[in-house]
Design a protein around this ligand. Sequence first.
Ligand SMILES: Cc1cc2nc3c(=O)[nH]c(=O)nc-3n(C[C@H](O)[C@H](O)[C@H](O)COP(=O)(O)O)c2cc1C
Length: 205
Amino acid sequence: MNNTKISIIFYSATGVNYQMASWAAQAAEAAGAEVRLRRVHELAPDKAIDSNPAWRATADAIKSIPEASADDLDWADAILFSVPTRFGNMAAQMKQFIDLQGPLWAQGKLVNKVVSGMTSAQNPHGGQEMTLQSLYTPMMHWGAVIVPPGYTDDSLYPAGGNPYGTSATQQDDGGVLPEVRPAVEHQTRRLLEIADWLKSGRQNA
Ligand SMILES: Cc1cc2nc3c(=O)[nH]c(=O)nc-3n(C[C@H](O)[C@H](O)[C@H](O)COP(=O)(O)O)c2cc1C
């Protein structure tokens, strides 16, 4: 791996996307990449977080993870986003993080970033593909290179077979099926591989 740098940017209220982002970070480290795992800034008031024990527990568990910044996007060759579905769309916390990147965009610093997305929802048909499409739309404005998993590996099928990006259906116990992990790992490695190709190609151009 050509010192490929990856930022893994997630939002998670009840832990699923934190789990997926953590699996991705481990896979990226195992592949030899330089890794930044970052959470986006929480916008919800404490009152809302405290009303849900799983949300409180996740907020406490991730508080030592640095908050995502523009520098994490600028620094990275590859960026993997993980965000839950909210009414068929990405969670507002991630949207706000993206909306704060206007200055980086205006300097052209998001052009050719190699990006991919993951999500989760309560229901298999609760908007998983829609959420990933909503996530990818701003990245088209960036001029980023979107790398979906497609059907490039058998690990996709037990994970639900979403070619837009790995997506998890939250289980009754609040967790995520272990079958999702190999799909996350494949998506991460594929993203890194394509970022590596692009980086090597540019260096040789
Ligand atoms: C306000 C709100 C809206 C939601 N909208 C949807 C939805 O449209 N479809 C769905 O299947 N799940 C929906 N969910 C469930 C979340 O997507 C699910 O709990 C989430 O994927 C868990 O991710 P996390 O543990 O990383 O926070 C919603 C949850 C909340 C709080």
